[in-house]
Design a binder for this molecule. Structure first.
Ligand code: GRF
Length: 186
């Protein structure tokens, strides 16, 4: 699942293509038509579904549609690779322990929106990224893995976000691979 640029989605695709991650991607879901992630899916020939949150009366209805799509594609694990929507227990309960998110801070610090901005504002000298299991409490589920990133006095939002993302692109596929045995069916 992705909402924007899709660089983490591409990192997963590249990890699969280079043999670092034993997985298949049956589909990518985006909520913003023509976002960067969609263009990347087109480029890699990955099946795409646009599920626009604006077409649903509430979060639960959106999540019901997502669950139905994932089940019809026999999905084992759902990765929120920059899915910028709050999910409900409809999705969480359909994929218990199988819904994974990447967040651009060292959780439990800086939950929610603009974690990079929050870290800069707080003046921390180390930030990073976290891969965690999603629960209904925002950015608070069990942590699977983290990577630390230094924050320099000269950093601005762009420079820190870029450094964090470089680590995300390594951490997310590696964490999926490390946990794959838990998620394999049969
Ligand atoms: C990443 O920084 C991720 O931590 C956050 O959303 C961003 C998505 O970036 N959840 P991209 O679309 O993968 O480039």
């Amino acid at each position: 699942m992705a909402s924007g640029n899709g660089s983490n989605f591409e990192a997963i695709v590249q990890a699969i293509n280079t043999g670092r991650l034993g997985a298949e991607i049956p589909l990518l879901v985006v909520n913003n038509k023509n976002c960067g992630a969609q263009q990347r899916a087109d480029r890699f020939g990955i099946h795409l579904e646009v599920v626009d949150h604006r077409s649903y009366p509430n979060r639960e209805a959106l999540d019901r549609q997502l669950v139905s799509l994932f089940q019809s594609h026999q999905v084992d694990v759902v990765v929120m690779a920059g899915w910028m929507r709050i999910v409900t227990d409809v999705l969480v309960k359909a994929f218990p322990e199988r819904l994974v998110n990447i967040h651009p801070s060292l959780l439990p610090s800086f939950r929610g929106l603009d974690a990079v901005g929050q870290a800069l504002k707080a003046g921390v000298s180390i930030s990073g990224c976290t891969v965690h299991i999603v629960t209904t409490e925002l950015d608070a589920g069990p942590i699977l893995a983290q990577a630390a990133v230094p924050v320099f006095a000269t950093d601005n939002h762009d420079s820190l976000a870029k450094r964090v993302q470089q680590q995300e692109h390594v951490l997310l596929p590696a964490t999926l691979q490390q946990n794959a045995h838990r998620w394999r069916q049969g």
